[in-house]
Design a protein around this ligand. Sequence first.
Ligand SMILES: O=C(CO)[C@H](O)[C@H](O)COP(=O)(O)O
Length: 225
Amino acid sequence: MNPKEVVGRKAADYIEDGMVVGLGTGSTAYWFIDELGLRFQAGTLANIVGVATSKQSEDQARKLGIPVVDIDEVNHIDVLVDGADECTTEFSGIKGGGGALLMEKIVAQHSRTIIWIVTQEKIVDTLGAFPLPVEIVKYGSWKLFRQFDQAGMHPTFRKKGVDSIFITDQGNYIIDLHLEKIPNPQQTAFELKNLVGVVEHGLFINYPDIILAVNDAGEIVTYKH
Ligand SMILES: O=C(CO)[C@H](O)[C@H](O)COP(=O)(O)O
């Protein structure tokens, strides 16, 4: 098993039958959803319901037979299991490498327990080596791009393949900011949220309750908030 599979399957141990489960997005969350599917089919988690953070996760869960409901159909999500692109042991991180940051943040906001599953090298002291995704509306997107450029934030439009621009599940664009270091994530988050046209950014400050970090040997370290 590759490390992402190890940690993804392990995270399913946090799920109890009858729970409303937040389904994260990405190549690590993929294994969590796969394991949920196995346990659903085996009957040990026969009464779970999923709330997806992307079309991709929703499709995967449905194929496995897991019932998926809209976030507005539930009062809360019991446990959300999601990946991250970078995170600190102070329980903050960057998400959105897979382009699902907006739905991921909305689901996270309504989750009682949030578990991040990551490979060990994603744990960093300072965020920012991973480009920070910013989801923006299409209208005026070049204006925002120039604003970021002039502020020295090294923006690039997220692409799909070579030529086409990436469109999120909510119909927006993503600009990735190549900041290298984000010394004050709160300040950066505040400034980004104040820009008209920005829908959401990939800084998740103080989000996960638990981080499961797996190393190359498949050993998992658990960080609890
Ligand atoms: O935020 C995300 C998607 O928007 C993912 O959780 C993040 O990109 C990690 O992905 P992976 O598990 O494939 O490394």
